[in-house]
Design a protein around this ligand. Structure first.
Ligand code: NDP
Length: 443
């Protein structure tokens, strides 16, 4: 494989998709040796095929706001790869999204889903709609319009979306209601559903819990654990909140959290009930935290999260939020490891720096795979028309995260004993998908 030539060509064919190029570059760097050692990948043009989505669906989403004015947003669904199962991946509602965002997320999802050991292909989608500041009725009208187009492309055996940034339990409820109304079938077309109507226990907690389970495995491998460890977390959404919860359950101390406007630093340890009240119930801003916790500090610079001395860093907000400058501060402060709760939150330069410093660096496609893993378990429960107990699901999640950890070690161990989890995750995911594509012929 001539990596440079291939990447130059890809950039020419898909201009202005920087995040997608970043994700592809990382995978190509990791799999280069495996690819070159197995000529069948080249013969079958696997790289050329795997970077191109099966299809991209784009559609108009018209809806009416509370003042009676018509609003129009862009909807997307990228069905990236179905070599090992139906397309599976979240929906993101955020004003900054573009086709490049969804291509990067969909591409990552293909390998992540392969790592879970469950039969799921990769997809991603969403809209430039911003739920922030909208009333529940506006969100409902938007979701109904979005699903009125999306329903014809998805289904329990075809494509099963879930939540992501800006899409939580409320949005999944509105989307599911509209799907059911149109097709007149109650079926598992979405995951992240309510517990009383087809959802799985632990789905809400799964990404954050899974992130901490794999972190725990890394720490065990390095002769330590989370007890008494200082943990810096960014974000204060679904992933961040439940990562913080599990860190605290395992004896760690969470010092920071953030949102898109700023961050809080609480040396006494974050009061998670207060965060849940502000973020989950009141849908407020994180700065409100210091109105109750007087000893905590608020900073308008959300990068300050990484300036606090910590043992473990868990970026859980959004892509490219932890740059090389922040990585250098983390390392100089003695940080042992970084595990990506968000998708690609650590910039490419920062990833290279951390690996060079031999600091732990677990990439999102391994570290945050717990969410889609429990989504896969929700699909299984829906097919069987039963619901497992919280313990049963949590045990399975723990087991899957252990398997992902072990796969990273298997394929990422260097001769000097250092484990490159980025390489390990990419190689393990790639081999599974690439071999399935070859088995299924030229499609
Ligand atoms: P939420 O919408 O629940 O929370 C997102 C958090 O990140 C909020 O605190 C938000 O702040 C912050 N944030 C969003 N955009 C930006 C931005 N541009 N700059 C700074 N902060 C930002 O999303 P999730 O917790 O579900 O997702 C977080 C990350 O985890 C994403 O990368 C997502 O793809 C990834 N992920 C999520 C999974 C899931 O199961 N939910 C599964 C696997 C990965 P604010 O409130 O100000 O917008």
């Amino acid at each position: 494989m001539d990596k440079t030539k291939f990447l130059n060509q890809l950039k020419k064919q898909t201009p202005n998709e920087d995040e997608f190029h970043q994700a592809v570059t990382e995978v190509l760097e990791s799999i280069e040796d495996v690819y070159n050692d197995n000529p069948k990948f080249e013969t079958n043009k696997i790289i050329e095929r795997i970077v191109m989505p099966d299809r991209i669906i784009m559609f108009r989403v018209p809806w009416m706001d509370d003042t009676g004015e018509i609003q129009v947003n862009q909807g997307y669904r990228i069905e990236f790869n179905s070599a090992i199962g139906p397309y599976k991946g979240g929906l993101r509602f955020h004003p900054d999204v573009s086709i490049g965002t969804f291509k990067f997320l969909g591409f990552e999802q293909v390998f992540k889903n392969a790592l879970t050991t469950l039969p799921m292909g990769g997809g991603k989608g969403g809209s430039n709609f911003d739920p922030k500041g909208k009333s529940d009725n506006e969100v409902m009208r938007f979701c109904q319009s979005f699903m009125t187009e999306l329903y014809r492309h998805v289904g329990p055996e075809t494509d099963v979306p879930a939540g992501d940034i800006g899409v939580g339990g409320r949005e999944i409820g509105f989307l599911f209601g509209q799907y059911k109304r149109i097709v007149n079938r109650f079926e598992g077309v979405l995951t992240g559903k309510g517990i009383n109507w087809g959802g799985s226990w632990i789905r809400k907690e799964a990404t954050g819990y899974g992130l901490v389970y794999i972190t725990q495995h890394w720490l065990t491998e390095h002769g330590t654990d989370l007890k008494g460890k200082r943990v810096a977390i960014s974000g204060s959404g679904n992933v961040a909140i439940y990562a913080a919860e599990k860190v605290m359950q395992l004896g760690g101390k969470v010092i920071t959290m953030s949102d898109s406007n700023g961050c809080i630093i609480d040396e006494e340890g974050i009061d998670l009930n207060l965060i849940k009240l502000i973020k989950e119930i009141e849908r407020g801003r994180i700065r409100e935290y210091i109105e109750t916790r007087y000893n905590a500090q608020y900073s308008k610079d959300r990068n300050d999260v990484w300036k606090v001395k910590c043992d473990v860093a868990l970026p859980c907000a959004t892509q490219n939020e932890l740059d090389v400058e922040s990585a250098k501060i983390l390392v100089s402060n003695g940080c042992l490891m970084v595990a990506e709760g968000a998708n690609m939150p650590v910039t490419a330069e920062a990833v290279h720096y951390l690996l060079h410093q031999k600091v732990g660096m677990i990439p999102g496609k391994a570290a945050n795979a717990g969410g889609v893993a429990v989504s896969g378990l929700e699909m299984t429960q829906n097919s069987m028309k039963l619901q497992w107990t919280p313990k049963e699901v949590d045990d399975r999640l723990y087991h899957i995260m252990s398997e992902i950890h072990d796969a990273c070690v298997k394929y990422g161990k260097r001769e000097d004993g250092y484990v490159d989890y980025v390489k390990g995750a990419n190689v393990a995911g790639f081999l599974k998908v690439a071999n399935a594509m070859i088995d299924q012929g030229l499609i």
